[in-house]
Each structure stands twice: as structure tokens, then as C-alpha cells.
Write a protein that binds this ligand. Sequence first.
Ligand code: PEP
Ligand code: MG
Length: 541
Amino acid sequence: MKQFSGKTVFPGIAFGKTFLFVKPDLSVDAGPADNPDVEWKAFQEAIRTADDQLEALFEKTQREIGEKESMIIDVQRMMLQDGDFLDAVQSVVKDESRKAAYAVDKTGREFYELFASLDDPYMQARAPDIADIARRLTAILLGEKTDFDLTEASVVIADDLTPSDTLGLNKKLIRAFVTRGGSTNSHTAILARILKIPSLVQSDVSLDKEMDGKFAAVDGHEGTLYLEPAGDVLKTLNEKLKDDRAEEVSLEQMRGLPTLTRDGRKIELAANIGGVDDIDAVLANDAEGIGLFRSEFLFLGRNSAPGEEEQFNAYRKVAEALGGRRVIIRTLDIGADKQAAYLGLEKEENPALGLRAIRLCFQRPEIFKTQMRAIYRASAFGRIAVMFPMICSLWELKKCKAFALEVQEELKAQGVSFSKVELGIMVETPAAALCSGELAKEADFFSVGTNDLTQYTLALDRQNAKLEPFLDTRHPSLMYLLELIAKNAGLAGIWAGICGELAADPDLTEKFINMGYAELSVSPVFILKMRKRIREMQGAV
Ligand code: PEP
Ligand code: MG
């Protein structure tokens, strides 16, 4: 038995086979080829292998996800045979006498740039496909693994996981994950909580090949990973698992009860979700609504953006499932750690301070419009509210509202029905917090994103594991801003909630409620626990 320790992101006990998730090193050798003919043959063989892989992936996607998504793979298969691409690779191999992997990498980059610069949106959207194909061919030529998927209940071990990595894996088969890097406030950590996956970050886990495919157990309470756990350890873990289940059963008594403080204040206890798949957890945990639907998760782990119809179906499904309870959809908050290659975003020095969220939506209005149309159409099927992320200034909110109005008018003219949609904002920048008095006059509600508000107030990158010693979630500046936001909301007569991870910190619940927050939105798994906590507290002083 071997054991490793790390920082818990979500407690709980899990068992599974280890799956070593190591992203391949695809750096290529720019030196001359020994024999260009051999390289050209290797390339042709790689094309055949890639085609076989894509065929298998096409069938799997068609079977497990859907016809439409599988077409993306089909397009890639066609592009693999594109004459211009093949000629360009051949010229690098034969005329420049370079190795096949280098030729593919170089040609892939050039074609990517070319497609991305075209005016036709369809051709533009093919740029990431070219990048994908080049990556696949390079990996084959370098003898590296290309597709990652789990085939059995697994404990995923990785250096780090991005949200796309996590979403790309079969969520039903991830029993736990343990990473060397990562922070407890990252989106991957948030995903782990939503999915109830016991997980550890900043661990000392080894990434040796021998770690792969072994039976393992994770104790998320202690922050320990056991590789091939001994009998007595297994016995203890099974007892802990029993205790966890008993605790879950005891919390069942909270089901169906109103979330009231002892002195009768009603608090709305809502859930944070990332997609339609999370509805089961929301309903199973008796949430009173959805306080944060991170719509960008619909855009991650895929090769192209979801269109209006696909988004409409997702929002409609959630709205219908919640049957009259409010569903707050946050508009696309992509950028920073949430990247989608197909958007072709430029690499930034400081992505957290970069072109993300609403800033990106303003620069790419077609994406914003598609999403807003889908949301408004879905509003006819439930109680939908919208909130805009990363707002700093009043003009941004006004522009969002004007955009919403434009979409409504367009739908009206087309005879498409929709309902009234509350328009609120995420307060997650110090700028928004400090001018919350002005913003409150224009917004229907505030939802405080404490994850980013903490990051920006303390100038502390939420992705950087090394900064955790400086992370002070009780920092007086943060508490001052939280108080100010609630006060300004109250003065303007709008409601304020909290949807960042701090909303689930039981030691702060009383403080938040006393500040005037009327809604807390947390991972579904914390709903019953938080209801118990709120029902035990005395209420406003
Ligand atoms: C936040 O910033 O607190 C928040 C809820 O949004 P996200 O974590 O997705 O950035
Ligand atoms: Mg945020």
C-alpha cells in the first residue's frame, strides 16, 4: 500500500481504478529528416490511423451523445483527406526535408491561422477542427495517446485538470480525482463539488506510469489517497462511508421544510449547476431554485459552440424541471481558466484580467445574441432570470439591458413567445461592489460571486495553488464589500444573494443573513446541510 496526501475539495470516500491522466508532450523536432520518403510513408500511415480513430469516435459519439455532435467528427474525417492540407505537408517533408511530425505541426498552425482569418463564419469555425486534426496526427507520429476516456469506475490522477479536461471525461465513471496542482477555488474544484466527486488538489501524488490501473481509495475527509489499500484501511474507509450515508439520511429530515431562521426570516436556498445533467442533483437535494447556472459549461469540452436550438433545449429543460422555481442563467463567462479552443481566443498575459465573460460577449455579439435568444425563448417554459458576469461599470449593465430589449423586440416581431425575465448582475469585481449603489438602480437583483470578488479584492489568482496561504476569506476588505453590496441592494429595494463558494461556508451564514442577503446559492449537495444551519440560527439582530 502507498499513500499520498492533498487538500480536500470535496469530502467523501471513493474507490476505483487509478487512471493516470497525463497530457502528451507534443513538441516536435525541427531538425532535418534522415529520409524524407520514410517520413512521408509514416505520415500516410498516420492518416490511416487517424481515420480509424475518428471512425470509432464518430460511432461512439453518435451512440452516446447524438447525431448532431457526431457530425463534428465526420467533418474532421473529411478534412483529413483535404488535398491542400496533404500537399502542404508533403511539401514540408519532401521539399524542405523535414520530419513528418514537424511538417504536420507547422502546416496545422498555418492552416489554423488561415481559417481563423476568413470572413465566412462557417470556415472560421473549422479552424479548431484543423488544430484538432493536426494534434491527433502529431500525437500518432510521436507515439502518444490521443483520446482519453474512462471505461470503468476510476480515480483520476493528474498533474492538473482544466474544466474542459474534467468535462471531457466520462463523468459517471469518475469516482474521485487527485491532482498535484489545482486550487480549492478553481472551476474544476467547483465542478467536483457539483458532481459530488471526492477530490484532492495540491497533493504529493506521483505521476509514475506504475500509478496507472491500480485499485485505489480516496478519503476526502482526511485528504488521503491510498494506492492498493491494506485490509484494515479498507475496513476503516467502509465504516466512514457508512457514517457519511448515515449523515445523509439524518439530513433527509430537512427535506420539504421551509428555509426559515428561528425568528421567521425566509431565505431562498438555491443550487449552482453547470448543465442539464445536474438537474437530478438539484431535485434530489430539494433546492428551492437555481441561483447560478454556469452556462459556459455548455460550451466546454467540445469542438464548436452550441447553437441557439441546442441552448434553447438545455435552458427549457432546466426551466421545466424546476417547475415554477426560479432559474438564474448566467450568460457566458468564458475566458480565464475556462477556454474553448474553437473560439480562437488570443493568448493573454493575464487572462483573469482579460477578455472574459461580458467583455467577450460585447466583442462577439453573435455569440451573445444566440444565447440571449435561446434564454428568452426558454423563458416561456418556466421562471427564468438572467445575470451578467464580470460587470464593472454602469454602462456595461445598460448595454446588456439594451441588448436584452433588442432580442425581445426581435422575438416579438417573429411572433415567438417569451415571458418576463429578471435581469440581474453578478457582483464579483471590487468596481461593481463599490458602485453597487448606482448599479442597484438598474439591476433587478445582485448575486455576489465571492470566488472572483475574493480574487480581485485580494489581488490573488484563484488558479495559483501557491497563493493559498494568502487566501483569507474573512478579510475585512471582503466583508466590507459584502456589507456594502447588501446595504445598497436594500436601499434600492432589490434582493441580493451570494452564489460563490462562500455561500456554503456555515461559519459565515449568520453573518451573511444579518447583512441582509436573502438568497444563498450552493452546490446541490450542500442544500440540506445549509437548510439545517439556517433553521438553527436566530436570525437578524
Ligand atoms: C464567483 O466568481 O464567485 C462565481 C460564482 O463565478 P465563477 O466561480 O464561475 O467565476
Ligand atoms: Mg466569477
